[in-house]
Design a protein around this ligand. Sequence first.
Ligand code: DAH
Length: 356
Amino acid sequence: MIRRAASEEIVDLAGLTRELHALRDEAVAAARSAASTSELEELEVTLLGKKGRLTVVLRGIGALPAEDRPRVGAIANEVQAAMRAAFADGAATLRARELGERLGAEAVDVTTPARPVRRGTLHPVVETANRIAAIFGQFGFQVYEGPEVEDDTTNFRMLNIPPDHPARDLWDTLYVDVPDHLLRTHTSPGQIRVMQSARPPIRALLPGRCFRYEAVDASHASEFFQVEGLMIDQGTTLGDLKGLLDQFAQAMYGAGRRTRFRPGYYPFTEPSVAFDVECLVCGGSGCPACSRTGWMTILGAGMVHPVVLQYGGIDPERYQGFAFGMGVERIANLRYGVGDLRLYMENDLRFLEQFR
Ligand code: DAH
């Protein structure tokens, strides 16, 4: 039956119905046969999309005479629902299949050898400082830390080094702002900070980075590490200091090492000494490494000057103490046979990887 519609288009009710059913069958078949979710999505757009073929057919309904519209409308709704359901089913089936394929393809082979883990190591200077701390730790020394940017008062004055004192020439100083703040030239100001924060008996170890204005070469660096030690108690003597340092030298360099005290000078200790260990290279007979003396100086030490105790708030009539300070690189050099300080700062893995 052919009717003339208001729009002058010829619309055939039976034909429209057939077309709708054909579209539905096509959608059902397509949803079954699509090879992938993306192919299915494309088909869904061409059939069901806003500008798809169903929309085109539905537009024809408006051209039908009013009495026919409800019937075709109902068929159209059914067809649309059937098409949506077909696509939804198809999509679910495809997703499941694709997931299965992916899981199959990406399966983890647990027998594959693992990639090697690149393990880092402690820097030889840090490792040496740790070793020093572990040895003194056995004698009850606790680790403290002081600031790298110090004030002039703590770095010098309270260590009995007033402004313009010639001893300042021993420390070529890098100032942060003149004259009050500087990069600490040694770890000795840590002594003052410990005395101000702890009461005797004190056994403190202060490892840390120090800075000096140096012309850099194999044996001079503008940045280096020291470990400072401080012990304060009643009746502490130079004999205690010597006994402790002897024990340290044996632990660090092996039992039976000969050691000696030589007189020295530091403004913050009185008396002051240099502590030597028999040359680790030649064993004492004399060689270039020990300037043919048979001895190597590994640290400076002495009895804490009464003025320094007073600056630290400790009564020198009641308490005595000793202090020592050593350069960590120097000790690491002797342990590992390193001949050039600059190697420690260059971060060259060929050097660093040797300390595993
Ligand atoms: N602070 C000294 C320096 O940098 C080392 C030192 C010497 C530390 C004697 C001490 C000491 O505690 O008693 O050269």
